[in-house]
Write a protein of this length. Structure first.
Length: 256
């Protein structure tokens, strides 16, 4: 099974890119961030103190998370839209920081991915470093704070969530501060990095067919549909070392 891992900070465009690639290649798509949001919603609706790690961990046995295409279900209830609301957004970084919660979700993510017949693409914070460290393709997405705030504001508007771009930016920065505490453990740099690409182009040499196909899709999407959000870029493509040829290894050294 071919596994693609996309990591990056909140609102960097991970889900948009993941869905695009999944459609392009006919792969399954798993939104791991939605899983953490779903459990955060459970914590909220059952009046569990999100700052009580022991209590949050204890209630993991009471949830069942499943997907139907791009919809997510929490204990058989469709929560696809609900998990994007402001109360969940403000607490998800707190809940997902707990070790037991992450271990539970990683196990579930691997189980769900294993059912894919062709290939699967997952996006999150630690897909290429923890969930699937040997993924065939690793992508790390970054964007300026301003571009991320603009993206999230557009998403919120679609959901009927009223907030200013300044408020969104403040919340993103707050989440970054919480997420940064996980970096040393979960968000180590994705190695090896085979190519540096931006919205303007990609270096194709030594890349396999699948990678070039994905890069083509990314560049087309960024050029045609993200013209108003030009701050978004793809920082690196990476392939598991098991697939690296001598030419690839040489390219790695040149890029480092």
């Amino acid at each position: 099974m071919y596994i693609i891992a996309i990591d990056g900070p909140a609102a960097s465009g991970k889900s948009t890119v993941a869905k695009l690639i999944a459609k392009q290649l006919g792969f399954s798509y798993l939104d791991t961030g939605a899983m953490y949001r779903a459990y955060t919603l459970y914590v909220i609706e059952h009046n569990i103190d999100p700052y009580n790690e022991e209590l949050v961990n204890k209630n993991l046995i009471n949830i069942n998370i499943s997907f139907d295409k791009t919809d997510i279900y929490l204990n058989s209830i469709n929560v696809t839209s609900r998990i994007r609301e402001d109360d969940v957004t403000k607490l998800v970084s707190i809940v997902c920081a707990y070790k037991k919660v992450r271990e539970y979700m990683v196990k579930l993510q691997r189980e769900i991915a294993s059912t894919s017949e062709n290939g699967v693409i997952l996006d999150g914070r630690d897909i290429g470093t923890v969930v699937f460290p040997n993924a065939n393709l690793k992508i790390y997405l970054v964007a300026s704070n301003e571009a991320r705030a603009k993206r999230r504001k557009i998403d919120n508007d679609k959901l009927g969530i009223i907030c200013s771009e300044e408020e969104v930016l403040k919340e993103l920065i707050r989440r970054d501060e919480i997420d940064s505490q996980l970096k040393s453990e979960l968000m180590t740099s994705l190695q090896p990095a085979f190519a540096r690409i931006s919205a303007m182009g990609v270096r194709y040499s030594a890349l396999p067919a699948h990678t070039k196909e994905i890069a083509d899709a990314l560049n087309e999407e960024m050029s045609d549909k993200w013209s108003g959000l030009r701050g978004i870029s793809v920082v690196s493509f990476g392939l598991s070392s098991a697939t690296a040829s001598e030419e690839d290894e040489k390219m790695i050294k040149e890029l480092q």
